[in-house]
Ligand binder design. Structure first.
Ligand code: PMP
Length: 444
């Protein structure tokens, strides 16, 4: 049955227009991989609140942890005292942080010191503060197409779309933007045999010679898989090159795993695919299944450089959010969700490639899909349609009409698949079926 595609909203919401949204629909309930709107229409949720409800909507163990904690204590302030749920969470995170030569329970991770905040942007800004103070250097290098948030500082670090920056300047100074290896748009001739991801690395080295002297660079901040920039994974050799470059110049490597972390890519952290350990790893979104919580892990010797009182915040590391995060990590472990993200991710990627191949043959051999990419359940499908043509939005709306929430991303025409980490094979097939029908409607 087709879902409604237009919804009437109250005039009180008019001032809310600066929040871009996929559809003016009112959702009222969520369970597992599904959400319901106020007309009791059911939707398969392939957006999970932008990669947040990794354990599915309202996982019973997460709900119980939140309810129990709310009955016991709702607010404890980190600048006043420790609280037990935060200590418990640190204990659970320590063994799953990345370590050299294989991570997630491998050797002990050097990332043994944790700070918590509310949002991803807040944690990224705090990571920049830590890097500046620890190195006593001013500059930050970020990567084209990256997204780090909408706050004053992170806005200057974000280049995925101009809408996040234009008109809000002057921006935070001392931010340099380096190229990001976007393989689907690689300009190197394939026959050259050159490893293309090394070209942006060479550009970066040139940047350190021409634009910003390494002795003035505090940190490089990179998403191991770009999220808002189009679900573009950085090749492992590129990330290894960055690690070596940072080591050479005493620059801190900050991995923004706000979207790619917490089992999303079929490993606990996306940096594990490259076998590198950043100096700071920022997490948020999936860590607490929907309760607001962010944070970073770093080495104790780096956190020790920060003056007491320079970090914190009224709600930073809220006790209920920490309880939800503890339950989330338990569910991920008990239900094998790292492995499920990999298995369902393989099912998803190969299903999407089949759909693309079928449409291409129906389309006289002309490709409609440029690229299907991304590890685990962080998969982007980029269309060949011209950027700005609106093809990805049409596709997303065609999915919505059929009862599936699917988001677009990037300035290139791309849709992104971020279902719950505990999605079943049957639910994945349902999603692939809906997506195939939507593709035929829009491009068939
Ligand atoms: N970094 C990355 C990689 C993100 O994807 C996001 C959110 N999309 C942020 C930072 C900002 O997080 P928040 O919206 O919680 O501030």
């Amino acid at each position: 049955r087709q879902r409604s595609t237009s919804f009437s909203t109250s005039s009180a919401l008019r001032g809310y227009c600066c929040i871009g949204r996929l559809v003016d629909m009112v959702v009222v309930r969520g369970s597992g991989s599904y959400v319901w709107n106020d007309k009791n229409e059911k939707f398969l949720d392939f957006a999970t609140g932008i990669g947040v409800t990794g354990t599915g909507h309202c996982h019973p163990k997460v709900v119980k942890a939140i309810q129990d904690q709310a009955a016991n204590m709702i607010h404890a302030q980190v600048n006043i005292s420790y609280h037990d749920r935060m200590l418990e969470l640190m204990g659970k995170m320590l063994p799953i942080m990345p370590s050299v030569g294989g991570a997630g329970g491998g050797g002990a991770s050097p990332l043994d010191s944790f700070f918590f905040w509310n949002s991803g942007a807040e944690a990224v800004e705090a990571a920049v503060k830590l890097a500046r103070h620890a190195t006593q250097r001013p500059n930050v290098i970020v990567f084209r197409g990256g997204y780090h948030g909408r706050t004053m500082g992170t806005m200057a670090m974000t280049t995925s779309k101009y809408i996040y920056r234009a008109g809000f300047g002057p921006l935070m100074p001392s931010v340099n933007v380096a190229p990001f290896p976007y393989c689907a748009h690689c300009r190197l001739p394939k026959e050259s045999g050159a490893e293309c991801c090394l070209a942006p690395l060479e550009d970066l080295e040139l940047m350190l010679k021409q634009e910003c002297h390494p002795s003035e660079v505090a940190a490089m901040v990179i998403e191991p898989v770009q999220g808002e920039g189009g679900y573009v994974p950085a090749p492992a050799s590129y990330l290894r090159g960055l690690r070596a470059l940072c080591d050479k110049h005493g620059i801190l490597l900050v991995a923004d795993e706000v979207q790619s972390g917490v089992a999303r890519t079929g490993r606990m952290w996306a940096v594990e695919h490259a076998g590198i350990v950043p100096d700071v790893l920022v997490f948020a979104k999936g860590i607490a299944s929907g309760m607001p919580l962010s944070g970073f892990a770093t080495r104790a010797e780096l956190s020790a450089t920060q003056p007491a009182g320079s970090m914190g915040g009224t709600y930073a590391g809220n006790i209920i959010s920490c309880a939800a995060a503890c339950a989330t990590l338990d569910v991920i472990q008990e239900e094998g969700l790292v492995a499920n993200a990999k298995a369902r991710g393989d099912q998803l990627s190969s299903g999407l490639k089949d759909i693309a191949a079928k449409l291409q043959s129906l389309n006289g051999g002309k490709a409609i899909v440029r690229d299907v990419r991304g590890p685990g359940l962080m998969v982007g499908l980029e269309l060949t349609a011209a950027p700005g043509s609106g093809a990805a939005t049409r596709l997303s709306k065609a999915c919505l009409k059929r009862g599936m929430i699917l988001l677009t991303t990037s300035t290139f025409e791309t849709v992104r698949f971020i279902p719950a980490l505990n999605i079943s094979a049957k639910e994945m097939d349902e999603g692939l079926g809906i997506f195939s029908d939507a593709m035929h409607e829009v491009f068939g």
